[in-house]
Design a protein around this ligand. Structure first.
Ligand code: AMP
Length: 407
């Protein structure tokens, strides 16, 4: 089934056209700077010429129209008619407490996504805008919402409750939700394919290390804890996000720097993390390069990043009373042997040993084991594919709903 996967940000739309039954990418692309004087439009059909150009795209509906026009154009011949697309899958960041699985979008679902605007003010509004724009352009096919939070629905109360008065949970649903769920789900499932053991008996720690970064403890196939929390700000140090800090620092800063409250949001989300620590960059490649040139602060930023991962790995081994495997994924996890090695250094006591040679000789895009033969815990690099999870879920739900016009 041909599924269009859409991921809408406030000024961008990313898309992937996927043949879900064959798990095959057909075309992907991105429109950035929507609403600016010139937007950037990229299309990357598999096995065909990629294009990138600049032109004005004023809103998400126009962006979706541009994507369809491109896919339909006789020159590109990617699809012959809009009806070739049988379903649309939407990445929705926050499903609140309501959604533990992907769902067919109807008015109630749209209202629930809107109700979660408060919980994810940067993500859910553009996600819903994308849903409405795609419905306008493809009105006759099922639209499905796949939530970043859904996989973490299995967290027990002791992992999701914060140590604040319980009425705030009851009143405002302040609790840990966790994010990157589709990625943690996907790589844990790819890991199960490598082993000959019932899923119920496995304990895995999945490390999604990209610009945003989180870890998840997956016990018996279910997420039982994760490092992001009420929002994607907590947990590990990230590109520009602080990760965990002592909340009192905020009161202190408000007083010392006379910072207005609204500036704290930008401080912690956009000016902290690797960027804030190094004063140079939030991008790991740039940091590694500068650290190699002798920059002390860039080296420190890398050290803090890795130390935090190590701490979470240790705590999740304690939470699960063991660990069969640690899985690295996403931009940094898949590509940086240095970060993988440093994050798991000196953990032999816990049975973790990375094999230097295997770690340094990774073939891109493949599932690979990088632990030493003597390591009690396996260590893997597994490329993530969130879009594929969205496409497969979407196809499943579209078929079940029996709404697809070709069924
Ligand atoms: P993502 O958000 O998954 O696209 O990951 C982006 C992050 O991956 C950025 O910090 C990149 O610098 C980092 N990254 C990509 N390739 C490498 C590499 N070869 N070595 C270190 N970091 C990398």
């Amino acid at each position: 089934m041909l599924v269009l996967v859409i991921n809408c940000g406030s000024s961008s739309v990313k898309y992937n056209l996927i043949e879900s039954s064959e798990e095959r990418d057909v075309c992907k692309g991105m429109i950035e700077r929507i609403g600016a004087v010139t937007s950037i439009v990229k299309h990357e059909p598999v096995g065909k010429k990629h294009t990138k150009d600049a032109r004005a795209i004023s809103n998400h509906t126009e962006a979706l129209q541009e994507i369809l026009d491109y896919l339909l154009s006789p020159e590109n011949k990617i699809i012959n008619s809009p009806s070739d697309i049988k379903a649309v899958g939407h990445r929705v960041v926050h499903g609140g407490e309501m959604f533990k699985d992907s769902v067919l979008i109807d008015e109630d679902v749209e209202n629930a996504i809107e109700q979660a605007f408060d919980l994810a003010p940067l993500h859910n509004p553009p996600n819903l805008r994308g849903i409405k724009a795609a419905q306008k352009n493809l009105p006759d096919v099922p639209h499905v919402a796949v939530f970043d939070t859904a996989f973490h629905h299995s967290l027990p109360a002791e992992a999701y409750l914060y140590g604040i008065p319980n009425r705030f949970y009851r009143r405002y649903k302040i609790r840990k939700y966790g994010f990157h769920g589709t990625s943690h789900y996907y790589v844990s499932r790819q890991y199960y394919k490598q082993i000959d053991k019932p899923v119920e008996d496995t304990k895995v720690i999945t490390c999604h290390l990209g610009n945003g970064a989180s870890l998840s403890a997956v016990d018996g196939g279910k997420s039982i804890d994760t490092s992001m929390g009420f929002t994607p700000l907590s947990g590990l140090v990230m590109g520009t996000r602080s990760g965990d800090i002592d909340p009192s620092i905020l009161f202190y800063l408000v007083e010392k720097e006379e910072l207005p409250l609204q500036n704290l949001h930008a401080l912690l989300n956009r000016h902290s993390g690797l960027l804030g620590l190094s004063g140079y960059a939030g991008d790991m490649r740039d940091l590694i390069e500068e650290a190699n040139n002798g920059d002390r602060r860039c080296q420190q930023a890398i050290d803090v990043f890795c130390y935090k991962i190590k701490q979470y790995v240790g705590s999740y081994i304690a939470s699960m009373n063991g660990c069969d495997a640690i899985v690295f994924t996403a931009g940094i996890g898949e590509n940086s042997s240095l970060i993988r090695k440093q994050s798991l250094q000196n953990m032999e006591y816990m049975g973790i040993e990375v094999d230097e040679e295997k770690n340094n000789n990774i073939e891109r895009g493949k599932v690979q084991k990088i632990s030493a033969d003597s390591s009690k815990t396996d260590v893997y690099v597994i490329p993530t594919n969130e879009e594929l999870v969205i496409a497969i879920d979407t196809a499943k739900i579209a078929l079940a709903a029996d709404q697809s016009p070709w069924v």
